[in-house]
Design a protein around this ligand. Structure first.
Ligand code: NAP
Length: 123
């Protein structure tokens, strides 16, 4: 599978807590929603992404901030990440894996290093 690394977020996000319905399950909560994740290549981030894809199959997309590191482009890093042990159960599940949308950026840069910043919050 190949991933196109995007350099801006072309969508409007809804962020914040669930809509006050404390009875809804985590699976229901993420159905049809997209999330934006930083640290996705890290120890905790990989587990979070795998768990969201595996258990919340109706999640829309996982937008994942990723940077080039030690000369390895973001696109190559995503491929390597998906070959690691935490993603073993998803290896053949290309439809789920395709929900990962890498966004090129850096937490230490202004506007996270996005070329175009179009994030808006409803909460
Ligand atoms: N591990 C634990 O048990 C634990 C427990 C409680 C809290 N925490 C905290 O939770 C956070 C994540 O933990 P972790 O174990 O997953 O850490 P980690 O394995 O070191 O991963 C750090 C993640 O942050 C990313 N990152 C760091 N600087 C960045 C930057 N400037 N721009 C974009 N991405 C950047 C790294 O991306 P690169 O791959 O590009 O470097 C990586 O994905 C840390 O703040 C840690 O202190 C960890």
């Amino acid at each position: 599978m190949s991933y196109d690394i995007i350099r801006h977020i072309p969508v409007t996000f809804k962020m914040g807590a669930p809509d006050g319905n404390h009875n809804s399950s985590i699976i229901d909560f993420y159905a049809g929603k997209s999330v934006f994740i930083t640290g996705g290549t890290g120890f905790l981030g990989k587990v979070l992404i795998e768990k969201l894809l595996y258990s919340c199959k109706d999640i829309k997309n996982i937008y994942m901030l990723i940077r080039e590191k030690r000369g390895v482009p973001a696109q190559e890093r995503i491929k390597k990440m998906l070959d690691t042990v935490p993603f073993a159960r998803l290896k053949e599940r290309t439809q789920l894996l395709s929900k990962i949308v890498p966004i090129h950026g850096d937490l230490t840069s202004e506007y996270l290093g996005f070329d175009c910043f179009s994030l808006s919050c409803d909460h």
